[in-house]
Write a protein that binds this ligand. Structure first.
Ligand SMILES: [Mg+2]
Length: 275
């Protein structure tokens, strides 16, 4: 069907960005097509606001985004005539804080470690150099990655691996969640990428009839993938797909390859075929 309108929601790490280098060169052909056709690209990531703003700038999306696994949603000011209810002005954006504060998350994690004798840590417990080593991020981005407000990536020592399921069930009992996302499990509140998807999409719906496409690679992407008209699963570098995502989304489109090049191919195929 020609002339179909789209809104794209995309994860960053392991989806639009190369899982090891964080580059996106292979995605350029699709990024240019999106720009030429005026298709919004909304970044939906577990990264922090500081990190994500850097990508909004270099990718020149000029669009809304969500950070820290749905912890906060940033609506580009040009998408609303007036500040939407519950939002606060934040530079070029209206921001909703949707998540649970890291103060509460940290308190929960510390209490768990004390009671279970574990040593599960998060980025704030590490130096910038240690975060860079653990993630492969350059030092500047590693520093930005530590400044979290709503989501704690968990570094689980091998000897505490079996405690993760216990942490997950205790988190759920406390109204929190532990979710897999790329390199690390994350401790967070109940808001997720699906929460942020709904919040942002309501301000795009006015244009009417747009098809929503979401792209992701990990469990933390499931809530937005499940809400989109078209879900696209990105393979890992070895070509395999997250088994939980495949089982939950049997009708999802499987991207033809990993990383930015696979992302671009999947996006261009959808637009070309008018899916
Ligand atoms: Mg990812």
């Amino acid at each position: 069907m020609a002339g179909r309108r789209y809104i794209l929601f995309s994860d960053l790490d392991g989806t639009l960005l190369d899982v090891r280098t964080f580059g996106f060169d292979g995605a350029r052909p699709a990024l240019e097509t999106l720009r030429a056709k005026g298709i919004p690209l909304v970044l939906m990531t577990s990264k922090t606001a500081e990190e994500t703003l850097g990508y909004v700038r270099v990718l020149a999306t000029g669009e809304s985004f969500s950070v820290e696994n749905g912890g906060a949603a940033y609506l580009a000011v040009h998408r609303a005539l007036a500040p939407p209810p519950g939002s606060v002005g934040d530079g070029e954006y209206f921001r909703w804080d949707l998540g649970v504060s890291v103060r509460r998350l940290t308190g929960f994690l510390q209490a768990f470690n004390r009671s279970r004798g574990t040593d599960i840590r998060t980025f704030g417990d590490l130096t910038v150099e240690e975060v860079a080593a653990a993630t492969g991020l350059p030092l500047g981005e590693a520093d930005q990655a530590r400044r979290r407000r709503f989501d704690l990536p968990l570094i689980v020592p091998p000897e505490d691996g079996s405690a993760l399921e216990l942490l997950r069930s205790e988190a759920e009992a406390a109204g929190l969640a532990v979710v897999g996302g790329g390199l690390f499990p994350h401790l967070k509140g109940p808001a997720d990428k699906g929460t942020a998807f709904d919040r942002l999409l309501s301000h795009y719906a006015a244009s009417g009839g747009s098809r929503t496409v979401a792209l992701g690679d990990s469990a933390n992407d499931l809530p937005m993938l499940a809400k989109a008209d078209l879900a696209v699963l990105m393979p890992r570098p070895d070509g395999s797909f997250d088994p939980g995502l495949r089982a939950a989304l049997p009708r999802a489109i499987l991207a033809p390859g990993p990383g930015p090049a696979g992302w671009a191919e999947a996006v261009l195929d959808i637009i070309r075929q008018g899916r």
